[in-house]
Design a protein around this ligand. Structure first.
Ligand SMILES: Cc1cc2nc3c(=O)[nH]c(=O)nc-3n(C[C@H](O)[C@H](O)[C@H](O)COP(=O)(O)OP(=O)(O)OC[C@H]3O[C@@H](n4cnc5c(N)ncnc54)[C@H](O)[C@@H]3O)c2cc1C
Length: 377
C-alpha cells in the first residue's frame, strides 16, 4: 500500500488549497477527487465569487480575511493569472438592519475603510441601480470577486508543481483509522495510507462522516446570467459587485465581465437536497421568477431574460458559520465543511490551516469559533 504524510479527499475550493499548502510544507501529499479538475458538480463553479472584508456574518472572520487576502494575492502573482478583481462591493440594505449594522460593526471593530451612502448619495453615485426607498449603501473599495474555477486550477497547479500526487475520477468509498493511528483510505478499489487525513468533500461530507450528517443541510442554488447590453453595468466602466438585502430576499450580483450578460443570483431561500448526486441541474420558471423580478426592480438597464444558468450547492451548518474541526477520537483527521454559501473567499486560509493541523503545525486560535463543539451532538 502506498503511504503519504497526508491524504486530501475532495479537490474543490478547500481541498485544492489544502493540497497546495501541504505540499508547500514539503509533505508527501495525495489528493483524491471523484470528478475532473475545477468541475461543475459541487460548490466551486459559476465563474465568480464575492470577496469582502467587512463581514456582517461575524466580526471574528475579519482577521482570517486579512490572511486570506494575502494568500490570494500570492497565488495570483505566482499563477500569473488575474484571479482576484478588486472592483469594489456595494452592500445595500435598510439602515439599522442586520446586514448594514453587521458591516458597520465589523468595519468599526477592525478599522476597515467603508463609504456610507445614504439614499440620495446612492442615487447620485449609482444611477443605474434603483434601491427601494430609504435603503442605504456601504461601499468597500478593497472588495471584489474571485474567478472561482481559475482559483481552483491555480491551487491544483501549485500543488502538483510542489510534488503533490493528484488523482481525478477517483472516488473515496471509505476511510478508517488503523491500530497504529494512521489512516487508510479506499478509493476505487485501491488502498492508500497516511499519517493524517483532510476531508474537504463539500456537499458530500456526510457520506464520509455520517456522524456529522445531522449538522449539515445541502441546498440547491441557482446562478443566472441575464441579457445586458448596457455598458454602465460593466466591470470596465467601474460597476461594482453588490449585495442587496431587500424585504423580499437577499440578492447579489457581479459587474458584467463578458459582453451582453451579467450574473445575478439569490442567496436567501431554501431548497433542501437529500442526495447531492441527484441534484436537479435544470432550471424552470419557478427558479428564475424571483431573481428576474429583482432585476426588473433593481437594475433598470438589465433585461429580465435569462441567457444561461448553472446549478450549485450550499452546505449549510446549523448557525450558518463554517465547521473546521476533527471528529471525536480522530485527532489526525481534519474536516472543513458547512461553508453555508459564503466560504470560497476563505479557501486560501482554510487550506493553510488544514495543512498546518495535518502536519503538526500550530493551529490558529482565531479559528476556535469554528469548532464543531459549538453544536450539541
Ligand atoms: C451559487 C453559489 C454562490 C456562492 N457565492 C459565494 C460568494 O460569493 N463568496 C464566497 O466566499 N462563497 C460563495 N459560495 C460558497 C463557496 O463557493 C463554497 O463555500 C465553497 O466553494 C465550498 O468549497 P468546498 O471545497 O467545501 O466544496 P467543493 O468545491 O464542492 O469541493 C468538494 C469536492 O469534494 C469532492 N468529493 C466529494 N466526495 C468525494 C469522494 N468521496 N471522493 C473524492 N472526491 C470527493 C467533490 O467532487 C468536490 O470536488 C457560493 C456557493 C454557491 C453554490
Amino acid at each position: 500500500m502506498k503511504t503519504y504524510d497526508v491524504i486530501v479527499v475532495g479537490l474543490g475550493g478547500m481541498g485544492s488549497a489544502a493540497c497546495a499548502q501541504a505540499a508547500r510544507r514539503g509533505a508527501r501529499v495525495l489528493g483524491l477527487e471523484r470528478f475532473t479538475p475545477a468541475h461543475d458538480r459541487g460548490s466551486s463553479h459559476g465563474e465568480t465569487r464575492i470577496i469582502r472584508r467587512a463581514y456582517f456574518e461575524h466580526p471574528d472572520y475579519v482577521p482570517l480575511l486579512h490572511e486570506a487576502y494575502r494568500l490570494w494575492d500570492e497565488l495570483a502573482e505566482a499563477s500569473g493569472r488575474p484571479l482576484f478583481s478588486r472592483c469594489g462591493l456595494l452592500m445595500i440594505g435598510a439602515p439599522g438592519g442586520e446586514v448594514i449594522s453587521g458591516v458597520q460593526r465589523a468595519a468599526q471593530e477592525h478599522r476597515l475603510a467603508i463609504d456610507a451612502l445614504d439614499a440620495a448619495a446612492l442615487r447620485a453615485r449609482y444611477g443605474m441601480i434603483r434601491p427601494a426607498p430609504g435603503m442605504m449603501g456601504l461601499y468597500e473599495a478593497d472588495a471584489g470577486f474571485l474567478r472561482v474555477e481559475e482559483c481552483v486550477r491555480a491551487h491544483l497547479a501549485q500543488a502538483a508543481a510542489r510534488g503533490a500526487e493528484l488523482r481525478f475520477g477517483c472516488a473515496v468509498r471509505e476511510w478508517r483509522r488503523m491500530g497504529d493511528g494512521s489512516v487508510e483510505v479506499t478509493a476505487d478499489g485501491e488502498r492508500f495510507a497516511a499519517e493524517a487525513l483532510i476531508v474537504t468533500a463539500g456537499p458530500w461530507t456526510a457520506s464520509l462522516l455520517p456522524a456529522w450528517a445531522g449538522r449539515l443541510e445541502v441546498r440547491r442554488k441557482v446562478q443566472l446570467w441575464f441579457a445586458c447590453a448596457d455598458d454602465r453595468y460593466s466591470a470596465a466602466t467601474g460597476f461594482p459587485a453588490f449585495c442587496a438585502d431587500t424585504s423580499d430576499g437577499f440578492y447579489y450580483g457581479f459587474p458584467s465581465i463578458r459582453p451582453g450578460e451579467i450574473k445575478i443570483a439569490e442567496h436567501s431561500g431554501r431548497q433542501a437536497v437529500s442526495d447531492a448526486d441527484s441534484l436537479d441541474r435544470n432550471v424552470d420558471a419557478a427558479d428564475t421568477a424571483r431573481v428576474a423580478r429583482f432585476v426588473t426592480e433593481f437594475l433598470p438597464g438589465v433585461s429580465p431574460r435569462v441567457q444561461r444558468h448553472s446549478v450549485c450547492m450550499y452546505t449549510m451548518s446549523p448557525d450558518g458559520q463554517f465547521v473546521v474541526d476533527s471528529p471525536a477520537d480522530c485527532a489526525n483527521v481534519h474536516v472543513a465543511c458547512g461553508f453555508s454559501g459564503h466560504g470560497f473567499k476563505f479557501a486560501t486560509v482554510i487550506g493553510d490551516e488544514l495543512a498546518a493541523r495535518a502536519l503538526g503545525g500550530g493551529s490558529r486560535e482565531s479559528m476556535e469559533f469554528l469548532r464543531a463543539s459549538r453544536f450539541a451532538c
